[in-house]
Design a protein around this ligand. Structure first.
Ligand SMILES: *Cc1c(COP(=O)(O)O)cnc(C)c1O
Length: 386
């Protein structure tokens, strides 16, 4: 049993990415510049529908910029699901506003539109749906609620490249802003990075200014423009959230490979579905609408009572077989910062709590071989006594 440990996730970096990074390094332009511009243009063209894209150094930074740009201010409330990464909620606090954490749909793990409705108050300013694992939220319903109550919608699309909802790519729906993540384990990476996407020019303009210290022109603008390169004006106390060209160099090629990455993820999800379907597991939900595409960022399964093994012990058993698993997510209502800060109890989040207690994320990434997946499937079957 001297097989190598199979990690839970690995990035897929090719020679094109490496050569492009080297070219950025040799060019002398390592921070935000021509490669970032190209990456932004390529990304916007990939999504289509006339959206604009601005590159940032993380999705967390992007979500902060997005909420600031749609007007979230001190004392406001922003509705977020409990079943997400803490970044979704922490950015609300950056602005002195309060995340109002709500429960999820038990089948999809996505924010429950009925829970959104129930949480709306006079102070509610925005909704942040998270497309969990890469399966789109019920966006028509969420957008209708937002319209009805005059709320902004900022999609946390960290898992959702390339997710579609009723035939339209996430990033091109009628929400105000969508934010993607290029963190190391996401469906494409720039090392660290994110992309803010919107069809609203005034939101894009605001995000661009706040991305770089509240300066009215960025460094590359100043470098290529006719007015003196040393001149700039600061119009707001902004942030330092720009993406360096070293990262964008990776992103340009990851984006070109995204279609191939997705085919592989889809095939792997299909194989897991086929070869695990007879086990005491609840397999991940499949899209329900025509024209929905799952990105398969994650393959989350749930152990049923018949499995005869607790989630934590299952993960230990997988690890003893040399396979890394993970849990998505430890819901927000269990983390001390949110639990104690907002007096949250599991009883208020029965669906997120039940999902968390039974959930295991199996390894699914493009560098896994068929043999790697065979190993994972064999290990799961053995532990569950099949
Ligand atoms: C990864 C992730 C983020 C944060 O992305 P970064 O690029 O690491 O800042 C936000 N929300 C969700 C749901 C995530 O999974």
């Amino acid at each position: 049993m001297s097989q190598e440990f199979l990690p839970f996730a690995l990035p897929n970096i090719g020679e094109e990415e490496i050569n492009e990074v080297v070219s950025a390094l040799r060019s002398g332009w390592v921070t935000t510049g021509p490669k970032t511009r190209q990456f932004e243009a390529d990304f916007a063209a990939y999504l289509g529908d006339g959206v604009e894209a601005i590159a940032v150094n993380s999705a967390t930074a992007g979500l902060h910029l997005a909420l600031e740009a749609v007007g979230v201010r001190e004392g406001d409330e922003v509705i977020v699901p409990s079943y997400t990464f803490t970044a979704t909620a922490e950015v609300v606090r950056y602005l002195g506003a309060h995340p109002v954490i709500v429960d999820i749909d038990p089948a999809t793990f996505n924010i429950d539109p009925a829970a959104i409705r129930a949480a709306i108050t006079e102070k509610t300013r925005a909704i942040v749906p998270v497309h969990f694992a890469g399966l789109a939220c019920e966006m028509d319903e969420i957008l209708a609620i937002a319209r009805e109550h005059g709320l902004k919608v900022v999609e946390d699309a960290a898992h959702s490249l390339p997710t579609t909802y009723k035939g339209r790519r996430i990033g091109t729906l009628a929400s105000d802003v969508t934010v993607f993540s290029f963190y190391a384990n996401k469906t494409m990476t720039t090392g660290e990075g994110g992309m803010v996407v919107s069809a609203h020019p005034e939101i894009i303009k605001r995000c661009k200014i706040m991305r770089l210290h509240g300066i009215s022109r960025d460094a590359f603008d100043r470098y290529v423009s006719k007015t003196p390169a040393w001149f700039y004006e600061v119009i707001e106390p902004g942030f330092k959230y720009n993406m360096p060209d070293i990262g964008a160099a990776i992103g340009i090629h990851q984006l070109r490979r995204l279609g191939g990455f997705h085919e592989k993820r889809q095939a792997m999800a299909d194989r897991y579905d086929r070869e695990l379907s007879d086990l005491p597991l609840i397999l991940p939900p499949r899209p329900v609408h025509a024209g929905d595409l799952h990105s398969w960022h994650l393959y989350p399964v749930r152990l049923t009572a018949e499995a005869g093994i607790k989630r934590d012990d299952f993960i230990i058993a997988m690890s003893e077989k040399g396979i890394g698993c993970s849990v998505h997510f430890i819901p927000l209502h269990l983390h001390p910062v949110w639990r104690d800060g907002y007096q949250l109890t599991p009883a208020r989040f029965p669906n997120a709590q039940a999902a968390f207690e039974a959930e295991v994320t199996l390894p699914l990434y493009t560098r896994m071989t068929d043999q790697d997946q065979t190993r994972v499937i064999a290990a799961v079957r053995e532990i569950l006594g099949a």
